[in-house]
Design a protein around this ligand. Structure first.
Ligand code: PGA
Length: 241
């Protein structure tokens, strides 16, 4: 495990984009695992800048997003499909058929989860997985629990996640309580993992993930057993280490 600390979130984004860029230069048809939320936005802005500058090419890249809300139309401004289109995909030459996001509206969600895991396997597995971390230590929507769940699954969001994410919704009651998330096993199967954390609200989750027992009550703690994981932190997120 490597930990790099920076002064601010902008630098965290630049460092993450450098590592993702290096992955694409090494393997132009890389499979990237992508995240939503405010944390990866500086990374996505830097990737867009590098693409527009002619440095990076996404034409052979495949992406799999970590999660999606259930029962939210894909065109809803708070859906993760919409977020990815807005913040990244619409500004890159990444083919639409290579962009994967779980379908939180599938009639049979267990079949959707199984198909999503299978699609990742068929693509050859994830080369590089980008992650944020929740205030409660979640990765993807793998919420604090008494177990680590291996595969893609349906999740009941915890109160802390609902409180964190409802700011994006006009009314609290519009915020979904259910989501589909990649499991911890699929995340751990990625060849390399980059976890980004910025801001003092993440400091306690980062401290638990790095310094306390490996325990499903802080799902990110399992990353310490990954052979190739890098934590990119700003100084506020690293302040309790
Ligand atoms: P955030 O979410 O980037 O919006 O803080 C991160 C997460 O919940 O994984």
């Amino acid at each position: 495990m490597r930990i790099h600390q920076y002064d601010n979130a902008q630098q965290v984004g630049q460092a993450a984009a450098i590592l993702i860029g290096a992955q694409l230069l090494t393997k132009p048809d890389a499979v990237l695992g992508l995240a939503t939320g405010s944390t990866p936005i500086p990374t996505y802005q830097e990737l867009i800048r590098l693409y527009q500058a002619g440095v990076l090419d996404f034409s052979k890249v495949t992406t799999f997003n970590l999660d999606e809300y259930c029962q939210l139309p894909p065109q809803h401004p708070c859906s993760y499909r919409h977020f990815m289109r807005q913040e990244l995909f619409s500004q890159l030459n990444l083919p639409a058929e290579n962009q994967h996001i779980p379908d939180g509206n599938a009639a049979d969600l267990s079949a959707e989860c199984a198909a999503y895991d299978q699609a990742i396997l068929s693509a050859g597995g994830i080369d590089l997985q980008l992650l944020g971390i929740g205030r409660n230590g979640h990765i993807g929507f793998n919420e604090p629990s008494d177990q680590f769940v291996y595969g893609c699954h349906v999740v009941h969001l915890t109160q802390s996640t609902i409180e964190d994410n409802r700011r994006f919704f006009k009314r609290e009651e519009d915020m979904p309580r259910l989501a589909v998330s990649l499991g911890v096993g699929s995340i751990m199967n990625a060849k390399s993992v980059l976890l980004l954390a910025t801001g003092k609200d993440k400091a306690e989750a980062v401290r638990k993930a790095i310094l306390e027992d490996i325990d499903p009550s802080t799902q990110a703690s399992i990353l310490r057993t990954h052979p190739n994981v890098i934590f990119l932190l700003d100084k506020a997120a690293a302040s309790l280490l």
